[in-house]
Ligand binder design. Structure first.
Ligand code: NI
Length: 405
């Protein structure tokens, strides 16, 4: 059994599949054709498919046929949704859906996992246990994983493995590292309330725009003054809306933003700090605020050394000691973290970048492209990890209890 060779045998299938998906991207929760496509591919293999109730996406179930002693179940996860971006790659297989693009490489994740399903299906006689293939919807809106969990996709699953293709990592290398890998993501809407007046008589009102400016400025000191400088923290105001007319004192301004960090304690510090800074900064101008703070995804943290070691070993046995690269933790986020809160899990990266070929655009960019040479390696790692996980003597299994947020 040589999974590297089997993956090479799937090269054309993976590329063809990836390009098909790339041409037909669908937004979060709308991955109808994508789900139908994956269903057809798995069904054609003889892999039974379970829908995810109430949404797009699906789970394929492959039962190994080797005599089972331990009977572990491993879930391999790919996300399947695209972004509301107009593609400008100029690729021959560019998006055919105006304004929608696979700019985060979820098309490659789907193709790699389908490739892995074909590899593992061909090895089913020697697989001891069960592999479930989770094709998750709606990652980009930070909601798909939570929905899948509510629908019971983790029931009976001992561990879960996920992978992301990454534009800042050289192809075709893996980053498989212990510790925090991606940040938590929490969003907020902060509304500044003032009082309208004629634009020529500001003293008769409370100017929400001036107060909002003070709020934005004051909030910058949360990162620079209030939180331990050793802890990475991003606080971004991405939207500001307010005012009705040039000669009316604005009575309301809405600020929308996001907060990213790798540290659980700091994550909990930010909401009260933001509330305090905003309340006081607004009060100086006689204005008030309301804050709607939404906790979305926790940080992606590889906290199970045995799983990290298993995946690193799988990668180096497949492609040699040179298969791995180190990559600093990212400040972007992934809703895969929701699974990590519940069962033993591992999340790693595969490189998309190839400067020699001019493939250097970052994820979420309208010119994002990937070095497709990496894709068979991704499929191989999914398959090798699953194979090795099911064979391994001692590994952490799901206790059914979360690790807490
Ligand atoms: Ni992504």
């Amino acid at each position: 059994m040589d999974i590297r060779q089997l993956a090479a045998g799937q090269r054309d299938y993976i590329l063809h599949t990836r390009r098909h998906l790339h041409s037909h991207p669908e937004l979060s929760w709308q991955e109808v054709a994508t789900t139908a496509f994956i269903t057809r591919e798995l069904t054609a293999l003889g892999i039974p498919v379970m829908p995810i109730l109430g949404s797009t996406g699906l789970v394929g179930v492959l039962r190994g046929e080797a005599p089972v002693q331990r009977g572990r179940t491993l879930m391999l996860r790919a996300d399947i949704d695209a972004l509301p971006i107009q593609e400008r790659t100029g690729l021959p297989y560019a998006s055919e859906n105006p304004g929608v693009m696979h700019a985060c490489g979820h098309d490659t994740h789907t193709a790699m996992l389908l490739g892995a399903a074909r590899i593992l299906h061909s090895l089913r006689a020697e697989l001891a246990g069960e592999v479930r293939f989770l094709f998750q919807p709606a990652e980009e809106v930070n909601a798909g994983a939570e929905h899948c969990i509510r629908q019971g996709v983790l029931d009976g699953v001992d561990a879960i493995f996920g992978m992301h293709i990454w534009g800042d990592l050289d192809s075709p290398y893996f980053s498989i590292e212990q510790g925090s890998r991606m940040a938590s993501c929490d969003n907020f809407t902060l509304t500044v309330h003032g009082t309208a007046a004629h634009g020529s008589a500001p003293h008769q009102g409370v100017d929400a725009i001036v107060a909002a400016a003070a709020v934005v400025t004051a909030a910058q000191t949360i990162v620079s003054r209030a939180v331990d400088p050793h802890v990475p923290l991003v606080l971004t105001f991405g939207e500001i809306h307010g005012g009705k007319r040039f000669n009316i004192i604005a009575d309301e301004v809405t600020l929308v933003g996001t907060v990213r960090t790798h540290d659980r304690a700091v994550r909990r510090q930010v909401e009260p700090l933001l509330r305090r800074a905003a309340e006081h900064a607004a009060a100086v101008h006689g204005a008030s605020i309301t804050l709607d703070y939404q906790y979305l995804a926790p940080a992606v943290q590889n906290v199970t050394p045995a799983l990290t070691a298993l995946a690193r070993d799988a990668a180096t046995r497949l492609y040699g000691a040179d298969a791995l690269r180190e990559m600093p933790p990212l400040m972007s986020s992934e809703d895969f973290a929701q699974y990590m809160e519940r069962i033993p899990a591992l999340f790693c990266f595969i490189g998309a970048r190839n400067a020699a070929l001019g493939l250097t655009a970052a994820n979420h960019n309208d010119t994002f492209t990937v070095d497709e040479a990496a894709l068979e390696r991704g499929a191989a790692l999914y398959a090798q990890f699953a194979h090795d996980y099911l064979q391994a003597d001692e590994l952490p299994r799901s206790s059914g209890a979360g690790q807490g947020a």
